[in-house]
Ligand binder design. Sequence first.
Ligand code: ZN
Length: 194
Amino acid sequence: MSQILEEVLSANHAYIETFGNKGELAMPPRRRFAILTCMDARLDPAKFAGLVEGDAHVIRNAGGRASDDAIRSLVISYKLLGTQEWFVIHHTDCGMETFTNEVMRNLLASSLKTALLDDKGWHDVDLSSGAVEGEFIDWLTINDQAKSVCADIKRIRSHPLVPREISIYGYLYDVKTGKLIEVPEAKAIGQAYL
Ligand code: ZN
């Protein structure tokens, strides 16, 4: 068994020992809100936003971008499970700032193996296999964090399946301090309206 697999199963074993009555939690998030954020391993929304099981929806992808699939989840979050407030949280030092669509497509076209980042940018170290399928994916990279938060809130806000009464908040998480910093320009874009 891989070491990681062993560690995860062992951690789960310890978790169920203290699981208590969480099996009785209702499916709709008790605190009726959702967070869309990056998958970056340094971010733990349960900790930085004070969540426990049953509190909120957390939707994560690379960059915390408002992709079609993130919007799919948010619409379900409201329409079927009743969340009322949504957070879009991007963060400092995001990996999505380190490449462009073109860079990613070129890397994948020359190799599927893990690439390396150094002073000169990303490059492939193993050129044994590649595929051009990356051309068909928009990698939703980020140039400016505040702008990407605003762009994503704008996209969610103007989506025909998103009702106007939902408040959408835009924040940046600082990976150096753990602090949530409001993106001022996001406020007007995300506010609920009647
Ligand atoms: Zn990130």
